[in-house]
Design a protein around this ligand. Structure first.
Ligand SMILES: Cc1cc2nc3c(=O)[nH]c(=O)nc-3n(C[C@H](O)[C@H](O)[C@H](O)COP(=O)(O)OP(=O)(O)OC[C@H]3O[C@@H](n4cnc5c(N)ncnc54)[C@H](O)[C@@H]3O)c2cc1C
Length: 451
């Protein structure tokens, strides 16, 4: 079987590695437009509890985290001059660059043909290739802006929700102790950070704000058609000053850092056949998960495992390949991790009603279940830590009691459908947990609180 992976992110590299290792007779190539070692962003964070499936398929992620990553237990929330820490969460993070290098190394060892600096258009992969033979299977692992998904949009049926909130990623040399949610009120509005250490003396520093605050702060003065440049330095300087006390004056580091709006992609169908070549969407090309959920990489890697497992024993028979892709699609499109990620703080909710923190911190009634639903699936049990982190995120954004504005009850971001994660995760915290929460008004949801 001849397989081409379009895109050498974590999904494409793991799929290539596993496919080749499962059957060394397969010819497996990866086409990656970036040079080896180039990547966007800084780190990826994982919940320890979610890694077993990936570890069983290949130890690469566990080794990356153990050998090069940072582990922690507490989650810290910094809001209005106070800091709260909650334990009981096993989490770990590693630099994306490190994870990709280790994946590439293992793929090479397995005999995968890795081609960096090789931008490829979807149509280049159909018909006869450079060797005179076509591919039996193209794995479209070309990320959130997938050209393959666009090329066959009529088949894949993509849909997208664009958040109104603005985000930008940086690194910093400030050593966060673990996952830390930091909030600062500037004269222009509230800015919130997800920070966590990734090893090598660097932490990830992702900043979010609402569009009015972003504009009021004058951070919109760049040409989106141009790559990041001097105008983005305005943002860096602004945020370094705003968060200086929180990060002890440490600098912010850039890597293709540019304000954007997170886009949540879904596709109706994950597979296609174009002549002799089958096509499978994988990872962000098929579905994205908001970075506050922190599971996009994990899901891409799980897709790779499921795809290769479905192809077990399949050779070049097109019907057998199509049948395997149908199994893969059925398993992954309905998987708990992909559907949970879709429900957890989706851009539509995350950016529902940005308000200033002062308006969102009035004392009032008890927390509602809606707030708890927004915690990451990685912390799928209702614990103080996840409640607190969710609370901080929801509160500064000022989500109303019904963040989706589509009637009471549904899970934010997934209006109308029933929760599929364990019931406890979606219910109000017990009295014991509520007692463990820090006192103070930050907890109370906007809209329920007295003025
Ligand atoms: C700010 C931010 C923070 C995040 N934080 C986390 C986190 O903490 N934890 C987590 O699990 N996930 C996180 N994610 C999500 C995670 O980055 C993605 O879900 C993950 O990278 C998806 O992997 P992928 O292999 O599907 O796609 P990608 O990693 O996007 O890889 C796609 C690859 O395809 C290549 N490519 C695209 N088009 C072509 C072409 N035409 N020819 C050749 N190559 C091409 C690209 O260069 C890229 O290398 C974050 C995302 C963002 C935006």
């Amino acid at each position: 079987m001849r397989i081409a992976c379009l895109g050498g992110g974590p999904g494409g590299l793991l799929a290539a590695l596993l496919a080749k290792r499962a059957d060394p007779a397969r010819e497996v190539s990866v086409f990656e437009r970036n040079r080896a070692g180039d990547t966007f962003g800084f780190g990826v964070v994982f919940s320890d509890a979610t890694l077993d499936g990936i570890d069983a398929a290949d130890p690469v992620l566990r080794r990356a985290l153990t050998g090069h990553g940072v582990h922690w237990d507490p989650i810290e929330v910094r809001l209005r001059g106070e800091r709260w820490t909650f334990g009981g969460n096993g989490m770990a993070a590693v630099a994306r660059r490190t994870l990709l290098s280790l994946l590439a190394e293992r793929a090479l060892e397995a005999g995968v043909d890795l081609r960096f600096n090789a931008p490829v258009q979807p149509d280049d992969l159909f018909g006869a290739d450079h060797d005179g033979a076509g591919y039996d299977l193209v794995i479209a692992s070309d990320g959130a802006n997938s050209a393959m998904r666009a090329r066959f949009a009529g088949v894949f049926g993509p849909s997208v929700v664009t958040a109104t909130a603005k985000f930008i990623w940086f690194g910093t040399t400030y050593p966060f102790g673990g996952l830390t949610f930091v909030h600062e009120q500037s004269p222009h509005g509230v800015f919130a950070v997800h920070g966590y250490p990734i090893g090598g003396g660097v932490s990830t520093f992702i900043v979010e704000t609402d569009e009015p605050s972003w504009r009021a702060a004058g951070l919109d003065g760049f040409d989106p058609a141009q790559p990041p440049g001097p105008s983005d330095e305005v943002t860096r300087a602004y945020l370094e000053k705003l968060f200086a006390e929180q990060i002890d004056g440490c600098p912010l580091l850039v890597n293709n850092s540019r304000w954007g709006n997170f886009r949540t992609w879904r596709t109706r169908r994950w597979r296609h056949r174009e002549g002799r070549t089958a096509v499978a969407l994988l990872g962000d090309a098929a579905h994205t998960a908001h970075f506050s959920v922190g599971s996009g990489t994990k899901m891409a890697m799980e897709d790779a495992i499921a795809l290769v497992a479905a192809l077990d024993g399949v050779r070049t028979d097109p019907d057998a390949i199509d049948a395997a892709l149908a199994v893969y699609e059925a398993e992954r499109a309905s998987s708990r991790s992909t559907s949970s990620a879709a429900r957890c703080p989706s851009p539509s909710c995350a950016s529902a009603t940005p308000r200033s923190s002062t308006r969102c911190t009035r004392p009032g009634g008890p927390p509602t279940g809606e707030k708890i639903r927004c915690a990451p699936p990685s912390a799928s049990r209702a614990r103080p830590s996840r409640i607190a982190s969710c609370r901080s995120m929801t509160t500064w954004r000022g989500w109303p009691p019904d963040p989706c504005r589509c009637g009471p009850g549904p899970v934010p971001g997934d209006c109308g459908s029933a929760p599929r994660t364990p019931r406890r995760a979606w219910t109000r915290p017990s009295r014991r947990w509520r007692a463990a929460l820090p006192p103070g008004p930050a907890w109370w949801p906007c809209g329920t609180a007295p003025r």
